[in-house]
Ligand binder design. Sequence first.
Ligand SMILES: Nc1c(/N=C/[C@@H](O)[C@H](O)[C@H](O)COP(=O)(O)O)[nH]c(=O)[nH]c1=O
Ligand SMILES: [Zn+2]
Length: 363
Amino acid sequence: MRSDEQYMRMALEIAKAGIGQTSPNPVVGAVVVKDGEVVGLGAHLKAGEPHAEVHAIRMAGEKAKGATVYVTLEPCSHYGKTPPCADLLIETGVRRVVIATTDPNPLVAGKGIAKLQKAGIEVQLGVMKEEADELNRVFFHYIATKTPFVTLKYASSLDGKIATSTGESKWITSEAAREDVHRYRAVHDAILVGVNTVIADNPSLTVRLPEGGKNPIRIVLDTHLRTPLDANVIRDGTAETWIVVGSEVSGEKKKRYENEKVQIISLGTPYIDIKELLRVLGEKRVTSLFVEGGSHVHDSFIQAGAVNEIVAYFAPKIIGGKQAPTPIGGVGFANMADVMELQIRQVERIGPDIKIVAIPNNK
Ligand SMILES: Nc1c(/N=C/[C@@H](O)[C@H](O)[C@H](O)COP(=O)(O)O)[nH]c(=O)[nH]c1=O
Ligand SMILES: [Zn+2]
């Protein structure tokens, strides 16, 4: 006989099957247990497809009656693309429902639980809540702010340079570290770079992984529309590209860029305001944004207080040179009292490199 925590840990593991696939929905896992036996399990795999509870209850069949259901997120109670899971659990006649965390969506918060309790089902809340909240931190951020969860990534030498003074940067980090970056790209709705990075590196910003992976939308911040017309992000047609420009860019210049995969987004102000950009991206259902540089763009996101996570890779190389660029350029902070403070959440070796993941301290 396993404990509630052990079954919930199982449900959390199963939920992870949906990571990078369910946007704009959360990832959810469910496990059905009857008389100490796991009789059903399920994960939400894609928006519009059945929820985790539906898969698990279907698999349990008759055995679901009188069973206990472990689910990592409060069962939904509103008619979305699929009927509410709370109703399904009631009709199925389950005895007890153990929930890790409640849904932050105002449409749902607490309603699913209330429905279950009204139907006489025993509900236990908060088992492995921390882990469940962490698993859906992107979804919860998007629901709460209607703007994308922003992860800022850079790769630098040990002495903090992202390129040599002559602009060379291939490659600083190892194949293994760069593959890790592609894993981040594959689970993000969009990836963003500044036009200087497009001019310097002509990046493709696609996902090249042995196991494949979905290409995120490519976003280029380009106030005056300087992106070369023959740039990969314009020409290669492998992924959608949105170029964000200022209001001074003329109509006929924009037309030269637009094709079936490339669209121009004008924010209506001469310069790109990051907060306004994130609001517009949120409206276009971008729930997660991977910002891959360069240093000026990184600084503008930091100055806008718009960074939710930082992923930094350090290679055992020294580039040196006063002119060589560092990860965060722009204006920076003049006083130590104003610097961005973080807490380090993860430090790991990847091949010869080091990867550090840090999140801002909510000052
Ligand atoms: N120079 C390096 C990086 N460089 C990051 C960006 O400057 C590149 O333009 C971008 O990753 C290229 O994208 P691609 O064409 O899709 O491969 N990023 C890294 O992790 N390690 C590096 O050593
Ligand atoms: Zn549901």
